[in-house]
Design a protein around this ligand. Structure first.
Ligand code: NAP
Ligand code: BGC
Ligand code: ZN
Length: 355
């Protein structure tokens, strides 16, 4: 079967020929429909994040998949079910995080991530997965189905951030998304759908005309250019915000989020930066966090419950959003276009097959 992979000595994604996998006990065989591409894939391709399976010289890419059950292989699934796989897998036998149903909370070394860290991804005509990691999705999701995984990332981040404000009567009105990549824009749409946020902002570093700025404004949010208004100046230029969602991977933003927050606000940090040493006024940030009851929450990956919440949320978002957000879905014979990362590209996917 055809698969899209990088090798240890050539990090350019290419089509490789691999045997169709056989499902083991408890696993189903899935025929792949589509697999999305995000900033993490670009970081994996560049070698800045993730790693190869220990015994292989190649890594099949892709972690944002949707497929059709081809062989349920004795699991509770039925042939023809449309499923989205979660990303994390047990590395070596059982561990407590997986047994509790919380693999997204496992520390480094206690998980593999398919297509990212130590395990092959889903960019292949077929993949196998334990049934416990396959989330059934309704036909109604249609072409937005491959966005379940990225939307689940934000469902988890919201849950954890809002939980940090659950001990008092938190009444947020404003939200700021840092980053106008595919995760930031999808999340901005999710926040727009949350009636509590009356005013929303999205940070980028692009000149107009730009399709991401158009999308920010079509969603009813205010575009903030970080070159003109650095994050710590957002409270003066606009307002201190109740909720910040960081999706730039720009390390200074983790600390600058504290300055952007209103008293009692919370920031969710999602970006995965490279190492970067810089100076911060630690005393001031520490004081702000304490005296203004601010919180920062890091969040990575997501679990089955977050995938299920994402299915509901995606169905509530308007059709035009997906027309604007998804800038290209490419067949295998032009798969490399899905990996182009320029200013006309927002969200792309590789199409392997149809329902
Ligand atoms: P992406 O497409 O690379 O988006 C990042 C965006 O941030 C880009 O549009 C970039 O603008 C913008 N940006 C970067 N630095 C900026 C700055 N100083 N000022 C203004 N804008 C800035 O990546 P993505 O797929 O949306 O993901 C976003 C981040 O989240 C990545 O770091 C990714 O690794 C991480 N992520 C984490 C999780 C998790 O579970 N925690 C899940 C998914 C993704 P330009 O395009 O103009 O350069
Ligand atoms: C994926 C997550 C993963 C994270 C860190 C994200 O792009 O969507 O599932 O945990 O990267 O590798
Ligand atoms: Zn991702």
């Amino acid at each position: 079967m055809d698969a899209i992979a990088v090798t240890r000595d050539d990090r350019t994604p290419r089509v490789v020929d691999l045997p169709r996998p056989d499902p083991g006990p408890g696993e189903a065989l899935v025929r792949t429909l589509r697999v999305g591409v995000d900033g993490t894939d670009h970081e994996v391709i560049a070698g800045g994040h993730g790693g190869f399976p220990a015994d292989d010289d190649h890594l099949v890419l892709g972690h944002e998949a949707v497929g059709v059950v081809d062989d349920p292989n004795g699991t509770d699934l039925d042939a023809g079910d449309v499923v989205v796989p979660t990303v994390r897998r047990r590395p070596n036998g059982a561990n407590d995080y997986f047994e509790r149903g919380e693999p997204d909370m496992a520390p480094g070394g206690q998980y593999h991530e398919r297509g990212i860290e130590g395990a092959h991804g889903f960019m292949a005509e077929y993949f196998t997965s334990p049934a416990e990691f396959l989330v059934e999705i309704p036909d109604a999701l249609a072409d937005r189905d491959f966005l379940v995984e990225p939307a689940s990332i934000s469902e988890k981040a919201f849950e954890h951030a809002y939980a940090a404000r659950s001990a008092f009567d938190w009444q947020p009105e404003s939200a700021l998304v840092l980053g106008n990549g595919s995760l930031g824009l999808l999340t901005l749409a999710m926040l727009e759908a949350d009636d509590r946020f009356e005013r929303t902002y999205c940070l980028g570093r692009r000149d107009r005309p730009d399709p991401t700025i158009d999308l920010v404004e079509a969603l009813g949010a205010t575009y903030v250019d970080s070159r003109e208004t650095p994050v710590p100046e957002i409270p003066d230029a606009h307002e201190p915000v109740d909720f910040v969602y960081e999706a730039t991977g720009y390390a200074k933003h983790a600390f600058e989020t504290v300055d952007a927050l209103a008293p009692n606000g919370v920031g969710a940090l999602l970006g995965v930066p490279e190492e970067w040493a810089f100076e911060v006024d630690g005393g001031r940030l520490h004081r702000e966090l304490v005296l203004e009851n601010k919180a920062l929450v890091g969040s990575v990956n997501s679990g089955v419950d977050h995938f299920e919440a994402a299915v509901d949320t995606l169905q509530s978002l308007p059709e035009w959003l997906f027309d604007d957000l998804v800038t290209g879905v490419y067949d295998l014979d032009e798969f490399d276009r899905a990996f182009v990362d320029d200013e006309t590209t927002i969200k792309t996917a590789v199409q392997f097959d149809s329902r």
